[in-house]
Design a protein around this ligand. Structure first.
Ligand SMILES: Cc1ncc(COP(=O)(O)O)c(C=O)c1O
Length: 445
């Protein structure tokens, strides 16, 4: 298989393209990567403005992770979960240093989805209650339990024959298109108060599952007071707070974990992606001391062959050390502020930009056909029915111009590797400036 054509067409024939109709899938053949750039088979450099799926936090050429993985695979490539080895203890100690300090015990798996499944099972086993409260505009994973808890269109495909799981949905803190048509702060944060109402009126709620900053569905940062009140609601009603930091963890928002912005201490924290900078699949479900103690005398009814895989843990060990060595929070602070300024300039200039919002190095451009009515170009219904959606159209245009950006339904998600420089941001903004002309043409002024 020497030519680009062979690689793409064999892939196309034998592998599934995910979350799409297969027709028209034509995967780009990528041969390497360095820093914030990918190299494709035609010799073109592609700037990654979204860290792929908001996961390659340290870029493509981190030597420390590569060396740590290589060393571990040579020393001991696999061990059964019931045994232990040095790297397990090392990563456990590192996690204890960086996670919210109430979290005590860890379960490792291989994807964000798996880690959410574990969290849901743990919450149900601990409380003996079946229901989870989640929110619309959330994504928590692709398997039956995690997709049932996801408040967006990807769940619709498994609900043809009835409700997927024991989940009750609340509206998200989406001020730009507030579901209650209210304005902050006069709204009294109705979207969090309704969660209190749900928990009090539903029978058997085990926990509240939330992304502290909504990810794929538009980088929605909660308004001041929201997260603090959510924690209060969980405590007052004796339900668990289940924090999905699959996307927001590992300095994406400027902190180790996004809940730190609001001083929130979750009972369960789930993360993946940046845990290894995605060099090797690894995910984590971390639980409080109280939950850990429950399982001293009760069955921990969960496990995988690849639980705590030593090679993946070696990647996590190096990644955590690299975040520290690089003092990555300083780059997120400086370049994140620059990224915000440049994105807001785009917002001023392009009439199809409804809102620019975000935190740290995690931003969205929420598109609109009409700035007055805030009407979106595309909806979940469009996605469900396979109609072309605007954000994906713009992302395809950007790729033609050498910039990869994640587009989902009506939002562009701008989340470059945390090592990005101002120059790389400028290059990305230049291309976004070009492609937003496409949506501008279809917007009403
Ligand atoms: C917030 C959140 N939770 C869970 C998941 C699922 O993770 P994975 O794709 O690794 O299964 C994702 C994936 O993007 C996510 O963004």
């Amino acid at each position: 298989m020497s030519s680009d054509n062979d690689v793409s067409s064999v892939t196309r024939r034998h592998l599934f393209g995910t979350w799409r109709k297969q027709r028209d899938w034509s995967p780009l053949n990528v041969v390497g990567g360095e820093g914030c750039y990918l190299h494709d088979a035609s010799g073109k450099d592609i700037l990654d403005l979204s860290s792929m799926l908001v996961c390659v936090n340290l870029g493509y050429s981190n030597r420390a992770i590569v060396e740590s993985v290589t060393e571990q695979i040579q020393r001991l490539p696999y061990i059964i979960p019931s045994m232990t080895t040095q790297v397990k203890a090392e990563v456990a100690k590192l996690l204890k240093e960086v996670l919210p300090d109430n979290l005590e015990k860890f379960f490792f798996s291989t994807s964000g989805t798996d880690a959410i499944e574990a969290a849901l099972k743990i919450a149900r086993l601990k409380t003996g209650r079946p229901k989870i409260v989640s929110r619309y505009f959330s994504y928590h994973g692709s398997t039956m339990g995690s997709i049932a808890a996801s408040g967006e269109v990807r769940r619709w495909f498994v609900e043809h024959f009835g409700k997927a799981g024991d989940v009750v949905f609340a509206p998200p803190p989406y001020c730009y298109r507030c579901p209650f048509k209210l304005r902050y702060p006069e709204c009294g944060i109705a979207c969090v108060e309704v969660i209190d109402h749900i928990v009090k009126n539903e029978f058997g709620v085990a926990g509240i599952l939330f992304e502290p900053v909504v990810g794929t569905n538009g980088v929605i940062v909660p308004p001041p007071g929201y997260m603090e009140r959510l924690q209060e609601i969980a405590r007052e009603n004796d339900v668990l707070l289940i924090d999905d930091e699959v996307m927001t963890g590992w300095f994406r928002t400027g902190k180790w974990f996004a809940v730190e912005h609001w001083g929130v201490k979750p009972d369960i924290l789930v993360t993946a992606k940046g845990l290894t900078s995605s060099y090797v699949p690894l995910a984590l479900t971390a639980v409080s001391k109280e939950i850990a103690e429950h399982f001293e005398e009760n069955f921990f009814a969960h496990g995988h062959t690849y639980e705590a895989h030593p090679v993946a843990l070696a990647a996590a060990k190096a990644a955590i050390q690299e975040y520290r060595r690089l003092r990555i929070w300083e780059n997120v602070e400086r370049v994140g502020r620059y990224l915000e300024r440049r994105l807001r300039e785009l917002g001023e200039k392009h009439r199809s930009v409804g809102e620019v919002r975000g935190i740290g190095m995690f931003w969205a451009i929420d598109l609109t056909r009409d700035r007055r009515t805030r009407e979106p170009f595309s909806t979940y219904q469009d996605k469900y029915e396979g109609r072309p959606v605007m954000a994906e159209r713009l992302a395809a245009e950007a790729l033609k111009r050498g910039v990869y950006v994640l587009g989902y339904v009506n939002n562009l998600v701008i989340a470059p590797p945390l090592i990005a420089t101002e120059r790389e941001i400028d290059r990305g903004i230049e291309v976004l400036d070009e492609v937003l002309k496409v949506s501008d043409q279809e917007a009403r002024s």
